[in-house]
Design a protein around this ligand. Structure first.
Ligand code: ADP
Ligand code: MG
Length: 170
């Protein structure tokens, strides 16, 4: 190799390990993330991985509340997507658990959705992987007890890294 060739960019994106010992800590993290999103304009795609019951929907509910969404936050398991309009932000909560028809991605307008500015929160992203853009954050939630969760946060983009910095500093 030419010794002047610069080294390749870091292959592994930065990851952080979070621990939420109870639901109040999940809620507190959601509040910090909402603050960080406010600071950064709210444009982001956050992919939520983890088994059934890991806490993906719970985190989304606390986040939407903290962002100012009032009223019922339905789990989008059947509808694939639930959308919320705040004065300054569009939010889409997606759940690909039952997703199995790639045509559905086109028909439901999801390509346009992911190309639009706003906050996208997706559960079971691995079920729609060839269609989805790279997420700013991949969150891997794991249950470690009745109320405790360990979460790996992977920031895949400059925006994701900035969001983490804003979140950690909030
Ligand atoms: N620290 C915690 N964070 C998130 N959820 C928790 C926590 N502790 C207990 N729970 C409970 O675990 C369940 C998570 O369910 P849910 O959010 O629907 O999971 P998923 O969407 O990942 O399938 C809820 O009943 C929630 O009240
Ligand atoms: Mg869920």
């Amino acid at each position: 190799m030419n010794p002047d060739t610069p080294p390749p960019a870091a292959a592994t994106p930065p990851t952080h390990t979070l621990r939420w010992d109870n639901e109040a800590e999940t809620q507190a993290f959601a509040a910090r993330l909402a603050q960080a999103l406010h600071l950064k304009g709210g444009d982001a795609f956050i992919a939520l991985h983890g088994d059934l019951g890991a806490g993906k929907t719970t985190l989304v509910r606390y986040l939407l509340r903290a962002l100012g969404v009032s009223g019922r936050v339905k789990s989008p398991t059947y509808a694939v997507v639930e959308s919320y309009e705040l004065p300054a932000l569009s939010i889409w909560h997606l759940d690909f658990y039952r997703f199995n028809d790639p045509q559905e991605f086109e028909d439901a307008g999801l390509r346009e959705l992911f190309a639009s500015p706003g906050l996208k929160l997706a559960e079971w992203p691995e079920k729609a992987v060839p269609h989805l853009p790279v997420a700013d954050w991949d969150l891997f939630l794991r249950s470690t007890g009745e109320a405790s969760r360990t979460v790996q946060l992977q920031a895949n983009s400059a925006r994701g890294v900035q969001l983490w910095a804003a979140c950690a500093g909030a």
